[in-house]
Design a protein around this ligand. Structure first.
Ligand SMILES: [Zn+2]
Length: 382
């Protein structure tokens, strides 16, 4: 038996007047997902337990069967695993964004990504920050673009931090870390501002009309999660295909092989065909593949309805269609399609509502066949 999980991040949405009362998933042309729903079993999956924020970390832990009440430990430790940092049990990892703040008088959060700074520029800033403010207790690590990591030895989790993308346009002083060790953390942020102020990377960015990385911003803290590999619960050897560090970190702790696909970007220009081909190749020798596509979520965050529909149609044709066309040659299979959480394009952020899923099994008697197409409305009725 081969197990295939194809997940479009943030695909689920609400009905929209512009789409004749349909959701983007229902409006988009998705013949392959419709076939899975129609021939298989469709329904809703509730991935965000009450009291948890509707993040992709919480949602995808649920999707893989790790109860967030037990296993959720913040996003930074997951991202740390993805970039190869091994955490000790008493380490606390923080996401360390490079951000653009206004001047010291009025430090407004102008950009949570410092103009999507390049990884190379970010690496230079993080290296210098380590020399300037790093210590045996506190170390900075380069990630991808503005997404870097700080690890604090023997840190406390009794700290309150705020995601920088939630406070764009607001005075950032009110949202600096609070709680245990807050003064240490706030001091690091302030020291980064001093170091970055006249840094050559920023001078060049400003000269070429780009936003400077004027500060770090610490958030998303957590300790190493205590997840046992998925193979402890199910006799499968599995792999994960995703461009997103957060997902790759979950895959790492779940004991999935992290598969690399050239041109996988986490954006609408990702290499869909390459991902589908990699999944099929991996399944020839293994049992389970989890293929994640970030593009529908990114389009929703941009409020780009047409882009979201295109991302869904690309996902359907280039991934679901390709895999459905070939997978029968590998023998028996069960294939699932789903969204991890809704990201309604009108609110441009995640929501906690259940998401639609559909599963098709090549063992015909396992299919319940309750809907005609894949979408929120049918899944809810099913
Ligand atoms: Zn997500």
């Amino acid at each position: 038996m081969k197990y295939i999980l194809l997940l479009g991040d943030g695909m689920a949405d609400n009905p929209a007047d512009e789409l004749g009362g349909k959701t983007p998933l229902e409006y988009a042309a998705t013949p392959h997902m419709d076939r899975i729903a129609c021939m298989g079993t469709a329904g809703l999956i509730d991935t965000i337990p009450r009291g948890f924020p509707p993040g992709s970390d919480v949602a995808n832990l649920s999707v893989l069967g790790y109860d967030p009440h037990i296993y959720h430990s913040g996003r930074a430790p997951l991202e740390a695993a993805s970039i190869g940092i091994s955490l000790s049990p008493d380490d606390v990892a923080f996401r360390c964004n490079l951000v653009t703040l206004g001047d010291d008088e009025d430090p407004v959060m102008e950009d949570y990504s410092a103009g999507h700074i390049s990884s190379q520029e970010a690496g230079l800033l993080i290296d210098d920050l380590n020399a300037f403010a790093g210590s045996d207790q506190c170390r900075f690590y380069s990630g991808v673009s503005y997404r870097n990591i700080m690890v604090l030895k023997g840190g406390s989790l009794r700290v309150v931090t705020t995601p920088p993308h939630d406070i764009v346009g607001q005075n950032s002083n009110r949202y600096l870390p609070q709680g245990d060790a807050a003064s240490f953390l706030v001091n690091l942020v302030k020291r980064s501002r001093v170091l970055f102020r006249d840094h050559s990377v920023n001078r060049e960015r400003v000269d070429s009309g780009k936003r400077p990385a004027s500060s770090i911003w610490l958030w998303g803290e957590g300790k190493k999660p205590r997840m046992a590999p998925i193979s402890d619960r199910y006799p499968v050897r599995g792999g994960l295909i995703s461009a997103v560090d957060l997902l790759r970190g979950i895959g790492y702790y779940a004991g999935l092989e992290l598969l690399h696909v050239d041109g996988a970007t986490g954006y609408i220009d990702t290499n869909y065909e390459g991902k589908a081909a990699k999944a099929l190749e991996f399944l020839t020798m293994n049992d389970f593949v989890f293929l994640h596509v970030e593009a529908p979520d990114e389009m929703s965050h941009e409020g780009n309805m047409k882009g979201k529909i295109r991302a869904i149609e690309d996902f359907d044709r280039k991934i679901v269609g390709t895999i459905l066309g070939e997978v029968g040659q590998l023998g028996e299979y069960r294939i699932a399609i789903m969204s991890d959480h809704p990201t309604p394009f009108k609110i441009r952020t995640h929501a906690s509502d259940p998401s639609p899923f559909a599963v098709y099994s090549s063992r015909k008697e396992e299919n319940i066949r309750t809907v005609l197409s894949f979408g929120e409305t049918g899944a809810k009725k099913s």
